[in-house]
Ligand binder design. Structure first.
Ligand SMILES: NC(=O)c1ccc[n+]([C@@H]2O[C@H](COP(=O)([O-])OP(=O)(O)OC[C@H]3O[C@@H](n4cnc5c(N)ncnc54)[C@H](O)[C@@H]3O)[C@@H](O)[C@H]2O)c1
Length: 250
């Protein structure tokens, strides 16, 4: 019960990695705000957590919209009086080779994957500075290193790493740590939608010969969320089964 009594918010947590993080945090005793733009996914995730014996509440809003984000944080403060952990997890992809990438592909990915992180971190920072305690965890991706067909996604995820480092410095004297988790390929709806051939290609270049799970990412987030992780800030932790190590040829 490493998060007993803590109030946490996980963005984009109606399914996939975010849902795994929310569920793990609830198992560790946190009261978890489940956010998703899709109300059905939000409700289903809250139900799953409560059926499993955890505590959760739903916030079905678009976290790339400033007014909706402000309203969410006001609701949390009005209801619980504090926020201890924010996980900026929301993310989308709109892949394409640079010459085919539209303005809309670029803008939407930057808006959801980077602007929302800024909006939520800003709102959380105001609360966390006041209470002199907080943990902000941003989900980047191994793709921040560069990826063909993902100029928009890679730029946003690189921005998430830089945002993490700057906020870690800005909040260092306020009892607030800011860290980043960069997953490699994780078994989610996106991975399962790939052809068998593509899935096998991904597997062949994994040192561990397995694909990561939402639980693997959740475990890394839990480490940063723990009160005891008070001297770790501004860091980016890869959760990729060794894929980021140099020279592995498959
Ligand atoms: N799946 C992977 O292999 C992988 C690898 C590296 C990093 N990541 C990152 O992990 C995070 C989660 O990825 P996932 O695969 O679980 O994604 P997912 O698509 O399964 O889940 C994301 C959720 O976010 C919600 N969402 C989308 N836009 C929103 C908005 N504006 N406001 C609120 N909710 C919104 C969606 O409805 C969806 O339920 C993302 O940041 C992603 O970039 C994923």
């Amino acid at each position: 019960m490493r998060l007993k009594g803590r109030i946490a918010l996980v963005t984009g947590s109606g399914r996939g990695i975010g849902k795994g993080i929310a569920a793990r945090f609830a198992r560790e005793g946190a009261l978890v705000g489940v956010n998703d733009i899709d109300p059905d996914r939000t409700d289903a995730a809250v139900r799953e957590i409560t059926v499993a014996g955890g505590q959760a509440f739903g916030l079905a809003v678009d976290v790339s919209d400033s007014a909706q984000v402000e309203a969410v944080f006001r609701t949390i403060i009005d209801s619980f009086g504090r926020l201890d952990v924010l996980v900026n997890n929301v993310g989308i992809i709109r892949d394409g080779f640079i010459t085919k990438m539209t303005d809309e592909d670029w803008d939407r990915v930057i808006r959801v994957n980077l602007r929302s992180y800024f909006l939520c971190a800003r709102a959380a920072a105001k609360i966390m500075i006041e209470q002199q305690y907080g943990r902000i965890i941003n989900i980047s991706s191994r793709a921040w290193l560069g990826n063909i067909g993902q100029a928009n996604y890679s730029a946003a995820k690189g921005g998430v790493v830089s945002l993490t480092r700057s906020l870690a410095l800005e909040l260092a004297r306020s009892g607030v740590t800011v860290n980043c988790v960069a997953p490699g390929i994780i078994e989610t709806a996106m991975f399962r939608s790939m052809s068998e051939k593509a899935q096998n290609r991904h597997l062949s270049v994994q040192p561990m010969k397995r694909i990561g799970t939402a639980a693997d990412v959740a475990y890394a987030c839990l480490g940063f969320a723990d009160e005891e992780a008070s001297y770790i800030t501004g860091q980016t932790l890869y959760v990729c089964g060794g894929k980021s190590l140099a020279n592995y040829m498959g």
